[in-house]
Design a protein around this ligand. Structure first.
Ligand SMILES: [Zn+2]
Length: 256
C-alpha cells in the first residue's frame, strides 16, 4: 500500500504530505530499536521506501526527518571526518535533499547557494552541464543522486570541478552496482520500463559500476570512497540502518 502511494502520488504533493506525515509518524513508530543520527530520534523501526524493483526496501525512512540510508551515511561522514559543521564555507548544494535543506540554511557559518533544474525550493535554476557560476566559486559542493540522471555526466563533472575552488571538496553520491566493473550506458534505452529494468529507476540514464571514481578522476578530482557502514561496525550500522550500498564519494580539487 505504502509503495503504491509512493508510485502514484505526484512528487510535489508527496513532499507536502510528508511534512504532515512527519508530525504523527514518530508517535506510531515509538520505540528504541533503530535511531536516526541526523535528528537523533529513536524508533521501533523506520518506514519502507522505494519506487519498486531494485530500489524498494523495508525499514529505511526516518519517520521524523525523512532521511534514508544515504543521508545518514553522509551525515556521519561529515561529523566524523570533516569540519563541515564549524568552518565557514561558501557552499553550493545541487538538488538539495529535503532532510538537509533547513538544517544547512540554519548553519550561519555556511554561505549557501542551492541549485536545481526545476525545484521551486532552489535559489538558482540551472543545468548542471552548464552552470551560471564563475570559475572557483565554491569551497564545498554537494551533488548527490544527480549524475545518474544527467545525459552527459562527464561534462557535469568537469563543471563541478570548474566552479570548485582549488583545495575545496565535494560529496557526489550516486547509486553504484558494485557487481558491475564498468558503468552501463545505452542511449537507445529510453522507455521508463526499460530504464527501471536496466538502470534501477525510470528516470536514470545509466547504471554506475566500480569505475565511478575513475570518471570523477578524469575530471581532475582526487576521489575517496568511504563505507561508513563498515567503519561504524555492524551493531551501529544496523541501529542506524546504513547499508553498505550507500558509500560516500568525496572529491577534492587539488591545490595546484
Ligand atoms: Zn531522522
Amino acid at each position: 500500500m505504502f509503495h503504491f502511494l509512493l508510485r502514484t502520488i505526484p512528487r510535489p504533493i508527496l513532499i507536502r504530505l510528508s511534512y504532515v506525515f512527519s508530525w504523527f509518524a514518530p508517535l506510531l513508530f515509538r520505540g528504541n530499536k533503530v535511531q536516526c543520527p541526523v535528528c537523533g530520534h529513536s524508533f521501533r523501526k523506520f518506514l519502507p521506501y522505494g519506487y519498486g524493483g531494485r530500489t524498494k526496501r523495508d525499514n529505511v525512512l526516518c519517520p521524523s526527518c525523512l532521511t534514508l540510508e544515504r543521508h545518514r551515511v553522509l551525515w556521519l561522514y561529515l561529523k566524523q571526518h570533516t569540519d563541515f559543521f564549524t568552518t565557514p564555507r561558501k557552499m553550493l548544494h545541487i538538488a538539495p535533499e529535503q532532510p538537509f535543506l533547513g538544517r544547512f540554511r540554519n548553519m550561519k557559518h555556511l554561505d549557501l547557494t542551492t541549485a536545481d533544474l526545476f525545484s521551486p525550493l532552489a535559489d538558482v535554476h540551472c543545468d548542471i552541464q552548464a552552470m551560471p557560476f564563475a570559475n572557483r566559486s565554491f569551497d564545498v559542493i554537494f551533488c548527490n543522486h544527480v549524475l545518474e540522471h544527467v545525459a552527459d555526466d562527464m561534462k557535469a563533472m568537469r563543471e563541478l570541478y570548474r566552479v570548485m575552488r582549488p583545495g575545496g571538496f565535494g560529496i557526489f553520491q550516486v547509486p553504484v552496482d558494485e557487481s558491475r566493473k564498468s558503468t552501463f550506458e545505452d542511449p537507445s534505452i529510453t522507455s521508463e520500463n526499460d530504464r527501471e529494468q536496466h538502470f534501477w529507476q525510470k528516470d536514470h540514464v545509466r547504471l554506475y559500476g566500480l569505475d565511478y571514481p575513475d570518471r570523477l578522476r578524469a575530471a581532475g578530482f582526487n576521489v575517496q570512497r568511504i563505507d561508513m557502514a563498515d567503519e561504524v561496525g555492524e551493531e551501529l550500522s544496523e541501529r542506524f540502518r546504513l547499508g553498505h550500498a550507500d558509500n560516500v564519494y568525496r572529491c577534492d580539487r587539488p591545490l595546484a
